[in-house]
Design a binder for this molecule. Structure first.
Ligand code: C2O
Ligand code: CU
Ligand code: CU
Length: 465
């Protein structure tokens, strides 16, 4: 009952904050975690995963007594999960049954350029049309996919799905679960609120219903003392999640591009739109007790102020067998450290009004006017990503991983050695990254606050063969 009350409080405070929305009904509190459904693999070859995906309208009951018409892959929000092993070939037969054109972008997956699902390389797939995506899964890790056409609207409406690629070094755990963090902005009748003003664009659209795996306050069942592995992704348009489980620490064992060599502990896990984290958790508590996974307050810029802490999910400690004897790993698999060095260029991210319109800029220009960066295939480059704005921007690069070298000229700790595809550029600071551009083509980089992408904060990197 406490959880139900908490969920209600969270929703009501959100509704109070969002002036455009009328009071919504209290959402039902689900009794389960709502793991994404696995897409059936219809190819008998063990090295080929061949699946069907259809983008179509579906109904979802976010709020009690209402139905919301969502856009969903295979009819579910969150979209389905593609399971594969590293080295597998993935073939996706995609059908667009939406009333609007779309594409699929494989966020974090290193694909050949023509499979990246962006306008620079692919004609959008018209309503009723099909397209086959095919590529090899080169890296074990947890990825997601979403449209790269009308992203703010299509992703908010429910178009996102997951890819879990297993490798030879998977850590042991008693339970492994997925946590898809997101939100939706709904009117009282359950329809999407699509009003857009400068405040919404400035912060990215933060919803008034906050979701884990498409549910409000779902319950995660764990064993006392057992090791729970959580694969976390933030699919929200603009909301950052600052996760905490009071009395507990998360052991971070991986991030965007897979496992990391030096796991570390944290009490707060900040996850920006687009990012993934792979964590282990030992639930500590009496059998039968319930903990609350929180989204803690986090100040991400002058414009947004300090968000209030809010409950996200319940963690129920079961009556089960107790300690499994499994322990938290101290090390992870090695990854190649890319060479560091001084930055060869600074790329500056900022915001401002251009011709009276709120615009998010890269080196003073808005997409498509941002000049492409030209590099040679196979070359390694160090860039300073400078955020001149008074708010945080999650920087995302297509096609390649990068490694963070320094923040404001201070080298990062060893534990930060990781293959990333998305990193937070905190307000008024500089993050230095290094990348090897080993795949030719035209690749996008952008802020993953989707309203910022839409308003100009996107550029291209042209990798010459
Ligand atoms: Cu997840 Cu270009 O994006
Ligand atoms: Cu991407
Ligand atoms: Cu941004």
């Amino acid at each position: 009952r406490l959880s139900r009350a908490l969920a209600g409080v969270a929703l009501l405070s959100l509704l109070a904050a969002g002036c455009a929305a009328e009071q919504a009904e209290e959402p039902p509190v689900p009794d389960a975690w709502g793991e994404p459904a696995v897409v059936p693999d219809r190819n008998p070859d063990p090295r080929i995963v061949e699946v069907d995906l259809e983008a179509r309208e579906a109904e979802k009951a976010y709020l009690e007594g209402t139905t919301t018409t969502v856009w969903a892959y295979n009819g579910t929000v969150p979209g389905p999960l593609i399971e594969a092993n590293v080295g597998d070939t993935l073939i996706v037969h995609f059908k667009n049954s939406l009333p609007e054109e779309t594409t699929i972008h494989w966020h974090g997956v290193r694909v050949p350029n023509e499979m990246d699902g962006v306008m620079a390389v692919q004609e959008p797939i018209a309503p009723g049309e099909t397209f086959t995506y095919q590529f090899t899964l080169r890296d074990a890790g947890f990825y997601w996919f979403h449209p790269h056409v009308m992203e703010p609207e299509q992703i908010q409406k429910g178009l996102f799905g997951l890819i879990r690629v297993r490798g030879p070094n998977e850590p042991e755990a008693d339970v492994e679960k997925i946590a898809v963090l997101g939100d939706v902005f709904l009117n009282k009748d359950g329809t999407f609120n699509e009003e857009l003003d400068d405040d919404t664009i400035m912060m990215g659209r933060e919803g008034n219903v906050v979701l884990v795996n498409g549910e409000v306050m779902p319950a995660l069942d764990v064993q006392p003392g057992g090791l729970t592995r959580l694969r976390i992704v933030n699919v929200a348009n603009g909301r950052f999640f600052n996760l905490a489980l009071p009395g507990h620490t998360f052991r971070v064992i991986g991030t965007d591009g897979g496992l990391i060599p030096q796991p570390y502990d944290t009490e707060r896990l900040l996850v920006s739109p687009g990012e993934r984290y792979d964590v282990l958790l030992i639930a500590d508590g009496e059998p039968g007790t319930e903990l609350t996974l929180m989204n803690e307050a986090y100040e991400r810029g002058h414009h947004t102020g300090l968000a209030e802490p809010m409950p996200l999910a319940r963690v129920r400690i079961g009556e089960g067998p107790g300690l499994s004897g499994r322990t938290l790993p101290e090390t992870g698999p090695a990854i190649e450290r890319l060479p560091g060095g001084p930055a060869e260029a600074t790329i500056t991210f900022d915001e401002g009004y251009v011709d009276g319109k709120l615009t998010f800029t890269i080196d003073g220009k808005a997409f498509p006017d941002v000049p492409p960066i030209d590099v040679q295939e196979g070359s390694v480059h160090v860039y300073d990503l400078k955020n001149d704005a008074e708010m945080d921007h999650p920087f995302h690069l297509h096609g390649f991983f990068f490694q963070v070298l320094a923040r404001d000229d201070v080298p990062v700790a060893d534990e930060e050695l990781a293959n990333k595809d998305t990193v937070i550029l905190p307000q008024r600071s500089t993050v230095r990254i290094v990348t090897r551009f080993d795949e030719p083509g035209m690749w996008m980089y952008h802020c993953h606050i989707l309203e910022h992408t839409e308003r100009g904060m996107m550029g291209e990197i042209h990798v010459e063969p």
